[in-house]
Design a protein around this ligand. Structure first.
Ligand SMILES: [Mn+2]
Length: 363
């Protein structure tokens, strides 16, 4: 595949002669404090981006900053990142706003259904790399670059442009943020992601990084994988896995990362029930598949969805958590998916045949 063109969006804005990072900082000069918000269940890319921009604002403008957390962080690696790097996060619902507060949203865009807070926040800036368009009308500063694999890449660029030193802890966070976004195949990386990685690697704490990547996993992780394997159905080139009891919402993504490596499919979808929601995660091994758009269309008015080329996520609020209601939505999604991928509606073939499951139980 042709590499993504890295700098269609060069950092010099011609009309003013200012670089984007200059304009970002200039717009915050009048603020008395800067608060960073991101998507629900913050991931390494959003955590690293908040940390990097907070460091930039503190160093260049001398302003106090706050980092927030929307919802839980459940994935073991992400929790390890927060613990080991001692990232201080305030639950977004506990934030008290006052005059002079400027809000910066990273790794996400307003009104995309990815926040539990009210989308009316007075946003000063949105800095992101998702394909999924948000409502950006009243935002003063916008830097959205879908050509970048990670928002952390953009933030690293700002720090380099502004000649702000990157301490070890921050370099570790930024590097992990980029790695988690670009490590799949096909790679969703630009040359700029690779040069940011090269820049950060010598500065980062590699032992800490290894500890984060190999975070210990709870019992529920393995139970969930077993449940997913037992409820996986193959329809031509897609495998669909239904997990009716997801231990934590982020595990749907872990299931599809695992399943998409199955050599007989090009697509993997997981739909997992967490509380009153059906959490969806989609992966593809195909190039240029625009899976964020595909999932958004398939989910339609049932819920919200979006993402990148190779990876997408979404969420549907269940009208009821009865098995019937869940199965109705699962059936509808399956039909829509097969239609979108031009696969004849057929009976799915189990990944693990029932007969084998029973034999294993008796053994
Ligand atoms: Mn990201």
């Amino acid at each position: 595949m042709a590499r993504r063109s890295a700098d269609s969006d060069s950092c010099i804005v011609k009309s003013t002669g200012l670089r984007r990072s200059d304009r970002f900082l200039a717009g915050l000069e009048e603020a008395s404090r800067v608060t960073f918000v991101t998507h629900v269940h913050p991931d390494p890319d959003s955590l690293g981006s908040m940390m990097g921009l907070a460091h930039l604002v503190e160093t260049k403008l001398g302003l106090p900053t706050r980092l927030t957390r929307d919802g839980l962080i459940s994935r073991a690696e992400n929790r390890a990142m927060v613990d080991l790097l001692k990232v201080e996060l305030i639950p977004v619902e506990e934030i008290a706003w006052s005059k002079g507060d400027a809000v910066v949203m990273v790794d996400s865009q307003p009104n995309t259904g990815r926040h539990s807070f009210d989308d009316e926040l007075p946003l000063h800036a949105v800095i992101d790399h998702h394909d999924t368009p948000g409502d950006l009308e009243d935002v003063q500063f916008i830097d959205v670059r879908p050509s970048y694999g990670a928002t952390c890449t953009l933030v690293t660029k700002y720090l380099i442009e502004q000649e702000v030193g990157i301490p070890e802890r921050l370099a570790t966070a930024l590097l992990y943020g980029i790695e988690t976004e670009i490590s799949g195949y096909p790679r969703e990386a630009s040359d700029t992601d690779d040069s940011a990685t090269q820049f950060l690697y010598p500065l980062a704490d590699k032992d800490l990084l290894a500890q984060i990547k190999n975070a210990r996993l709870p019992h529920s992780h393995f139970e969930c994988l077993l449940q997913a394997l037992q409820n996986s159905f193959i329809y031509d080139r897609i495998i669909i896995s239904w997990v009716n009891d997801l231990p934590q919402p982020e595990q749907a993504a872990e299931v599809v990362d695992f399943l998409v490596r199955f050599e007989k499919v090009d697509w993997a979808l997981c739909g997992g029930v967490f509380r009153d929601k059906l959490v969806l995660s989609l992966r593809t091994s195909l190039h240029g598949a625009k899976s964020g758009e595909l999932l958004r269309q398939v989910v339609g008015k049932l819920g919200r969805a979006g993402g990148h080329d190779r990876r997408a996520g979404g969420c549907i609020r269940l009208p009821s958590t009865s098995l019937n209601a869940i199965e109705d939505i699962q059936g509808e999604l399956r039909r829509r998916f097969l239609k979108a991928l031009k696969i004849d509606d057929c009976r799915g073939q189990r990944l693990v045949p029932l007969r084998e499951m029973l034999q294993n139980l008796q053994a």
